[in-house]
Every structure is written in C-alpha cells, then in structure tokens.
Design a protein around this ligand. Structure first.
Ligand code: 5BU
Length: 265
C-alpha cells in the first residue's frame, strides 16, 4: 500500500526503518513527526493521547523532562509504540565514534527505545558506526539522521558543509536520511537534488503560520516543504501549543499528506 503513495522513495529505499516509517505514514495519512517538547511526563502522555492517530513519529528531547524516571519513560515509549509511532531522539550527537556509542547507553539509554537519532557529522563519519554499534549492543536496529541543514537563523551549516555531509551520508547504510531546513523550500529543493531519490529528508522549521519564531527559529509552510522534497515535517509548537492539539495535528497531517499525493502524481 505504501508503495503506491511514496513512488520513487519507496522503490529506491533499502532501509528497513525508512520502509517502516513510510508504511506508518501511509496508514495514518500523515507525514508529521511531532516534536514533543513538553517538560513533564503528564504533558507528554496527554500529547500521545491527543495526537497519536494523526502523527507518524514522535521526536523527543529526553533530557528536558523535569520529572523523568526510567520507569515512566519506559511506559511512555510503550504508549508511543502502541500508538504506532516511531520514536526519534533529537540528541544531535557530535562526538567521536567510541563516545557516541557509549552515549547511546548512559542514564537515558536511547539505544533501547529510539528508532532514530540525529547526529552532526562534524567529527567525521565514524560517528555513524558508533551509533549503529550502540544499537547492535542491545540487538536493535536504528537509523541516523544527519544534520545537513538547520532551520535556525545564522547557523553555520553552509552549502559546502551540506555537500560533504550528503556525499558521505548517502553511501552509508546506517544513515536513514538528512535533516533539511523546512523554512526555506528553495534550499530544500537543492538538498533533495544532492541527496537523490533514496534517502529520507526530514524537516523542522515548519508551521502553518510562516515567518520568524522564537529565538532565531524560522518557519516555512508544510505543503511547500513536502513539494520541495521533504518526507516528514517536524512540527513542535504548531501542535503542542495549539488550543486544540488534536485538530492542529490533523491539519498538519492533511497538509503534508495532500502534498505527498500532489508531489508523486
Ligand atoms: P518548533 O516548536 O516547531 O519550533 O520545534 C522544532 C523542534 O525541532 C525542536 O524540538 C528543535 O529542537 C528541533 N529542531 C529545529 O527546530 N531545527 C533544527 O534545525 C533541528 C531541530 Br536539527
């Protein structure tokens, strides 16, 4: 079923997790990853209950939850799995391979619950092997999203850096895809041309209210991001700060799904 909607992305994909994501997205008719940036466990549970049916993945910052405990987190992850959501820890790893592997353990132990994590390639390509080794240490598989662009104003990921990240990441089976700048469709189209047809591009910096956000964040339109080559719009405050998060999530789901159909037809 997913193949009919995802076209060349499905046909070219060699990643088990990318296929899982495309299937979930097709079941829910949503290319939305909710940035679940709430700082209490209760707030996070409420979000899953409200928006679970309308989003395909949940992006977490595990270290910003004030009342985090391993037990509560395990329950939260199991609720996310029950709601058919991929779990994506936006940890932005950046250290050498060996340390990144160790950081997949530690107190939070993302190797046990995260399907996806973000990483900078600033320290070199061994970071991807380190993160993959972290998952294999507990018999799991996961995917790395490399930061090829960022959504924030004045970031230092210039086009030359982006090119190098893409050139190295494209060839690595442990790389699920790339983070692109959802606020600038023209930059995204260029990124898609460099990435090619196979790997995913996921984009933060997306909001139905286009423009500048808080503290240097910038927002672009969901439909335009998908048409420019994004495979998943990462939306935070547009959903979790809405008066009615469920209706907001539904609106983002429809915008993203309709854009995928438009893009592939
Ligand atoms: P917002 O509320 O939709 O602005 O939340 C955006 C989320 O995406 C937030 O969790 C950031 O950490 C994350 N993000 C981002 O905004 N821009 C980036 O370039 C990257 C991640 Br990478």
């Amino acid at each position: 079923m997913a193949s009919e909607f995802w076209g060349e992305r499905w046909a070219n994909s060699t990643s088990e997790i990318a296929k899982k994501y495309m299937e979930v997205a097709a079941r829910k008719k949503s290319l939305v990853c909710l940035a679940a940036d709430r700082n209490t466990m209760a707030g996070l549970f409420d979000l899953i209950d409200a928006v679970g049916p309308h989003v395909a993945a949940l992006k977490t910052h595990v270290d910003l939850v004030d009342d985090w405990t391993p037990e509560n987190w395990a329950k939260f992850c199991s609720a996310a799995n029950d709601a058919d959501l991929l779990i994506f820890e936006d940890r932005k790893f950046a250290d050498i391979g060996k340390i990144s592997r160790s950081q997949m353990a530690g107190i939070y132990e993302p190797r046990k619950w995260a399907d996806l994590v973000t990483a900078h390639l600033i320290s070199g390509p061994d970071i991807v092997d380190g993160l993959q080794a972290g998952w294999s240490d507990v018999g799991r598989v996961g995917g790395v999203l490399l930061l090829a662009q960022m959504s924030s104003r004045g970031n230092l990921l210039n086009p030359d850096y982006t090119d190098q990240v893409v050139a190295k990441g494209r060839e690595h089976s442990g790389v699920f895809g790339f983070i692109g700048n959802g606020s600038r469709p023209e930059e995204l189209s260029e990124l898609r041309a460099k990435v090619g047809k196979e790997k995913m591009i996921w984009t933060p910096g997306v909001n139905l209210a286009v423009g500048d956000g808080e503290m240097g964040q910038r927002y672009g339109d969901p439909r335009e991001a998908v048409l420019a080559g994004s495979d998943c719009i990462i939306v935070g405050s547009g959903i979790h700060r809405a008066d009615d998060p469920a209706s907001a999530a539904k609106a983002y789901a429809e915008a993203s799904w309709n854009a995928l159909i438009e893009r592939e037809s």
